[in-house]
Design a binder for this molecule. Structure first.
Ligand code: ASP
Length: 445
């Protein structure tokens, strides 16, 4: 312990804890993106933008490579071990209950702030005309046109894969998770001999995937540098200008939820200080921020929750993949603020009844949104449709969406990780067994 206290700071970043490395990569990425933008050319004709793109995309591909086999191994072993102790129903109930509760709290935070700040009005005038509705990009318009309130039924229907292998091959998470849950339950109902013919295979599949994941995580700072530099090179901070008040409302609500509500719940239920858990989760949160994808971050979330927070594989492999897909507090909050902002911008004032519909559809839209970049943006159409607003309103918030997506994805992953710890605590597990490791190699105390 004394050794930890007197350890000197290493100036070699590769000796630092992962989250410091990622933070450095984020800062360097922003700097590089500002310095050498999309059109910059280095001597010799080399374009730095191509390098950012290469590093970022290669990292994303590596993350995506592990997701499907990791989910299959993780859910089947998780459910089979929970199911064997006949606790599956209880665990599922708790997980679902927690997820719905935190999502609703997030939405309410957004609802209150957007009503207080009224970002859609400037001097009492709707901002819609001032901002001028831009035309929707074609691919987004296509995505939107097939969606609406009737799509909610579709979300439930699409949970059931017509062909599980096809769902896996396409990387469709919800049907894949649904099938793996069923498969895990079925395994627990087999005879011991039949179960033992399969379970060890899935356990070792999961262990091997976690190993590959750790290799991908080791190079995360390089990939994150590329992703960040590319985002900044593309849009800079200019997008913030006219939408500042709306963006700030979303960010303030996300902050309130992430820094006040969730840590408070974490403390009340699990007696765990939020800042300590945040430190453990930092690599996953920073990865969520730069990849804008809860699904792509799942390998890191799983690793940090198990190795850092000490949650058992039994709990985390059940709670986290489910959370990455259906528990999106940040997205739910954002849906609500964005829909009300659009209504205000059009000069439409929504009454209590309509706002209740917004809350409920925001919840469902967040459950149905995939854990991929901009999924939440596309889902807004469900809410607009439900309260009768024109879908073109989405054009108002396009420019600023990537920045908000980064922040809401971070909150999505943060909420999943808090959920895992709370559920583990409620199941009598001791968490935080490895906190000592977390402070190793920090450049400062
Ligand atoms: N990008 C978010 C996520 O992956 C979803 C969204 O667009 O809100 O969690």
């Amino acid at each position: 312990m004394g050794e930890t206290m007197t350890r000197s700071v290493s100036w070699k970043p590769w000796h630092w804890a992962l989250y410091w490395q990622i933070l450095l990569a984020l800062i360097l990425g922003v700097g590089a993106g500002l310095l050498w933008g999309r059109e910059a050319v280095w001597p010799g004709g080399f374009r730095p933008y191509a390098l950012y793109d290469f590093l970022g995309q290669t990292f994303l591909r590596a993350l995506r490579m592990v997701i499907v086999p990791l989910i299959i191994g993780s859910i089947i072993t998780g459910v089979a071990s929970v199911g064997a102790s006949r606790n599956l129903g209880r665990l599922f109930g708790k997980t679902f209950g927690w997820y719905i509760t935190t999502s609703l709290l997030a939405i309410l935070t957004g609802l209150i702030l957007v009503n207080l700040v009224q970002p859609g009005l400037v001097d009492g005038e709707p901002v819609g005309t001032r901002l001028g509705l831009e035309a929707l990009p074609e691919e987004l318009a296509d995505g939107l046109s097939g969606r609406g309130a009737a799509d909610l039924v579709g979300i439930i229907q699409r949970m059931i894969p017509t062909n599980p292998l096809d769902a896996a091959a396409r990387g469709e998470m919800l049907p894949l998770i649904f099938f793996c849950l069923l498969y895990g339950i079925a395994l627990t109902l087999l005879t011991e001999r039949q179960r033992q013919a399969q379970l060890p295979f899935f356990e070792s599949l999961f262990a091997a995937m976690m190993k590959i994941t750790s290799w991908v995580i080791a190079v995360a700072p390089v990939g994150i540098f590329g992703l960040m530099a590319k985002i900044i090179a593309n849009s800079g901070f200019a997008a913030f200008g006219p939408l500042a008040r709306y963006g700030m409302t979303v960010l303030a609500a996300l902050m309130l939820h992430a820094v006040v509500t969730l840590p408070l719940l974490l403390w009340l239920v699990a007696r765990l200080p939020g800042h300590r858990h945040a430190r453990i989760m930092a690599p996953a949160l920073l990865t969520a921020f730069s990849t804008r994808s809860s699904s792509a971050t799942l390998p890191l979330t799983l690793t940090r929750v198990e190795k850092g927070a000490g949650v058992s594989n039994r709990i985390s492999s059940f709670v986290l993949p489910l959370g990455a897909t259906i528990n999106m507090d940040g997205t739910a909050l954002y849906e609500c603020v964005a829909a009300l902002f659009i209504a205000q911008a059009y000069g439409v004032s929504l009454g209590i009844g309509a706002q209740v519909i917004v809350v409920l559809t925001a919840l469902l839209a967040s459950i149905g949104a995939a854990g991929i970049p901009a999924a939440g943006l596309v889902m807004i159409s469900i809410i607009l449709d439900a309260v009768g607003l024109p879908l073109e309103g989405v054009a108002l918030i396009l420019a600023i969406d990537p920045v908000l997506d980064m922040c809401r994805t971070c909150v999505n992953v943060w909420s999943d990780s808090c959920g895992a710890v709370v559920i583990a605590h409620s199941e009598g597990e001791i968490v935080l067994r490895n906190t000592a490791d977390e402070t190793a190699n920090l450049p400062s105390t």
